[in-house]
Design a protein around this ligand. Structure first.
Ligand code: PGA
Length: 258
């Protein structure tokens, strides 16, 4: 049997936690997790931009073992883009991961599949790993369009990258109706959709890429449902919003995923 891909549990803090709160949260998280917890599971935290350097300094001085990531970036390296953050700046901070194409960015800030594709390429170009999000709305699921929506997002988002790059990617399947709502996809439904993600990666980039890509599930992941979701064959981790703001809950999700 193929070796299991190392799961990645990522905490997306969205627009929560100023840099003081962020510091307290990572200190508590580090205290809650033991060395053996990291042996089988990778962990990343994604605070707001203004917190990154503060969190990073604490992580370095206390040798915290999780990785640091951003929630968003522009695809351009520099220029007249008021309010945007360059992938070059994030690479300079040695960030490991950058989330892109989160449904909140797509729905509230108008990011298109093409924008997401440009970001995927920019993040890769600067040596970081994209966590590219996809997922359907409630209406799309009701209309039987969940798979085609996600398939389209994956094909567009991963266009023009190499098979080797695809193999190192993280894709987060996050049904929009489950984000922040307390509703979670059943483990079987989540598995079905994560398998769709992997099939499409195989069709576009080949079997090796599909075997390597890590597919996270996101949408109301909590300590109580994490183990069932993570035990599914095609689910290689979780993108956690609300429950990642609390270091106790987030640590329990990590431990449940081992
Ligand atoms: P949630 O958010 O865990 O609060 O549902 C997940 C996400 O948006 O990444």
């Amino acid at each position: 049997m193929a070796e299991r891909r190392q799961p990645l549990i990522s905490g997306n803090w969205k627009m929560h936690h100023d840099h003081f709160e962020a510091l307290r949260t990572v200190q508590k998280l580090s205290y809650n997790l033991a060395d053996h917890d990291y042996a089988k599971v990778a962990v990343s935290v994604h605070p707001p931009f203004t917190d990154l350097r503060t969190v990073q300094t604490a992580m370095e001085s206390d040798r915290m073992k999780f990785a640091l990531g951003a929630q968003h970036c522009h695809w351009e390296e520099k220029g007249a883009f008021t309010g945007e953050v360059s992938p070059v700046f994030l690479a300079k901070l040695n960030l490991a991961y950058v989330i892109c194409g989160h449904s909140e960015r797509r729905e509230l800030f108008g990011e298109t599949d093409d924008d997401v594709n440009r970001k995927v390429k920019a993040i890769l170009k600067h040596g970081m790993t994209p966590i590219m999000c996809c997922g359907e709305t409630d209406a799309e699921r009701e209309a039987g369009e969940a798979q085609s929506k996600v398939e389209g997002q994956i094909r567009a988002g991963l266009a023009g990258i190499t098979a080797e790059q695809a193999a190192g990617l993280v894709v987060a399947y996050e049904p929009i109706w489950a984000i922040g709502t307390g509703k979670t996809a059943t483990p079987e439904d989540a598995q079905e959709m994560c398998a769709v993600v992997r099939r499409v990666v195989a069709e576009v980039h080949g079997a090796d890429a599909a075997a390597g890509v890590r597919v996270q599930y996101g949408g109301s992941v909590k300590p109580g449902n994490a183990a069932d979701l993570m035990s599914q064959a095609d689910i290689d981790g979780a993108l956690v919003g609300g429950a990642s703001l609390d270091a106790d809950d987030f640590a329990q999700i990590v431990v449940a995923s081992v």
